[in-house]
Design a protein around this ligand. Structure first.
Ligand code: ATP
Ligand code: MN
Length: 462
């Protein structure tokens, strides 16, 4: 008898057929003359109940000893279930124990805190919540690829090890093959990286953007979807040291086209996930945050609000609120400001453009006012910034000027500058933090609970 995923079996929905399933027991109930096994294989939120009668030859010796967490293979007949809350169950003809679970199995049927579950990275995917997170992540990743592929974007595999610091910020992890105890030294006493593996100081990438720009100026529309790393020591509920970033980059595109893409992208991916994961999304809405379904439906149906940074500052200053960080033109918008605008002033996602150049990266397009750059932040309820992007500076003179102003070493960017000499073109793109998106979709409060294996300051277990 061919085995089946529980999801397929429930969708097929034909009763009175022979089936075989394999999975882990979420709960077990033994009564005098029957055992109920609730089996999950992670394919969907629902499990399936198998009913095992004492007539089975291993009932006393094995089935009766089954406990939560055991792994089993059950063959039997799929029948309509008389029980509440399930349409089908299996009348077991055979129950094989694949693996017993010791008595101290930590995931007994009760609610565990997310903090506790983080210490069980090897087991937590067996819980309802993390099973659902994993399926939503999977559906969202597929939806992202589908969105770009349908529009003719080429998937670029950006490097993970890089020599250049994209943003000129000191948040990078070092990559070295030198023995730290016996690293070769230069005459001035520093580590001599010329003797290191790459002959230079190497780091883990914080963004694939600069490489995506190279690709866009040859292939027109591209996107990356890969891991990025930041050693920022921010112990927040929205920052990871290792996270996945989606970065489209488009030639012949300005800030308006960038906003159009960002909006279509968030709408398209959200619509797909709502469609494909309705059970999981229903679970999040019921158990985690009873506003997620409404919020996501709004994302799909309502146009995003668009405003400039200056308008945002005016709104904040006119709000009569006293913020922890006072607002004036030129300051960085803090999470409290972003949330006020999105949640209280507008009530739906907001795209903010044209930030002061002093608070944004060197590569952003300098607007005609020469005070602002064509940056784009997309802000959503509860999360704040979910996307950061910009039109890029494609003019040689302005770019060199900005590199100088930011105090960056021009030599390091030689190829980035050459792209402005050899057939430059206006281009734009953005970066979406994949885990921020999943946080937003699931309503989970902490970003550590939407990635299978979180890496944060002081923690990289499993
Ligand atoms: P923030 O101000 O929230 O730290 P950022 O300005 O550093 O974000 P960008 O450099 O613009 O972010 O990166 C693009 C996107 O990557 C962000 O909009 C966000 O969704 C995501 N992101 C940034 N840093 C992290 C992180 N440490 N963990 C998870 N996602 C992140
Ligand atoms: Mn940051």
């Amino acid at each position: 008898m061919a085995k089946e995923r529980i999801k397929d079996l429930l969708e097929r929905g034909v009763a009175d057929t022979d089936v075989t399933v394999e999975g882990w027991l979420r709960t077990v109930r033994h009564s005098k003359n029957v055992s109920f096994l609730d089996i999950s294989d992670g394919s969907c939120m629902a499990g399936i109940q198998a009913v095992a009668a004492p007539e089975l030859d291993n009932y006393e010796t094995e089935i009766g000893k089954l406990t939560t967490g055991c792994c089993v293979r059950v063959a039997g007949r799929l029948v309509e279930s008389p029980g509440k809350g399930q349409s089908y169950e299996i009348q077991a003809g055979r129950v094989e124990v694949v693996g017993y679970a010791d008595e101290d199995y930590p995931l007994q049927k009760k609610r565990h805190s997310f903090e506790f579950l983080r210490t069980l990275g090897h087991l937590r995917m067996r819980t309802n919540t993390f099973g659902a997170v994993m399926r939503v992540r999977n559906a969202a990743a597929q939806a992202i690829h589908r969105f770009f592929q349908e529009r003719g974007f080429i998937h670029l595999h950006a490097p993970i090890i890089t020599l250049s610091d994209c943003e000129g910020a000191g948040e990078m992890f070092r990559v070295s093959a030198l023995d730290p105890e016996q690293a070769p030294r230069t005459e001035s006493g520093g580590v001599d990286y010329s003797q290191d593996f790459f002959g230079k100081e190497a780091r883990l990438t914080v963004s694939g953007q600069l490489e995506a720009e190279i690709a866009a100026l040859a292939l027109t529309n591209v996107y990356t979807f890969g891991p990025t790393f930041r050693s920022e020591n921010s112990n927040t509920s929205r920052h990871l040291a290792e996270f996945w970033m989606v970065e489209p980059e488009m030639a012949f595109c300005d800030i308006q086209g960038n906003m159009d893409l960002a909006e279509a992208f968030l709408k398209g991916v959200t619509r797909d996930v709502l469609e494909q994961c309705d059970d999981d999304m229903g679970f999040f809405n019921q158990r985690i945050d009873d506003t997620v379904l409404e919020t996501l439906t709004n994302i799909v149906e309502q146009p995003f609000e668009r405003m400039t940074y200056s308008e945002a500052v005016n709104i904040l200053q006119g709000s009569g609120r006293s913020f922890e960080y006072p607002v004036s033109w030129g300051v960085n918008l803090q999470s409290e400001h972003e949330r006020y605008i999105v949640e209280e002033h507008v009530g739906r996602p907001v795209m903010v453009i044209d930030y002061p150049k002093e608070i944004k990266a060197f590569y952003m397009y300098l607007n005609d006012d020469e005070r602002t750059v064509a940056a784009l932040d997309v802000l959503v309820p509860k999360i704040g910034e979910i996307i950061g992007g910009s039109q890029r500076e494609h003019r040689m003179a302005q770019l060199r000027q900005r590199i100088r102003e930011c105090g960056l070493p021009e030599e390091e960017y030689w190829w980035y500058l050459e792209l402005r000499r050899y057939g430059t073109a206006p281009h734009a793109g953005f970066g979406l933090g994949f885990e921020r998106l999943i946080q937003f979709m699931t309503g989970l409060g902490n970003i550590r609970d939407v990635i299978p294996f979180p890496r944060v300051p002081g923690f990289a277990e499993f």
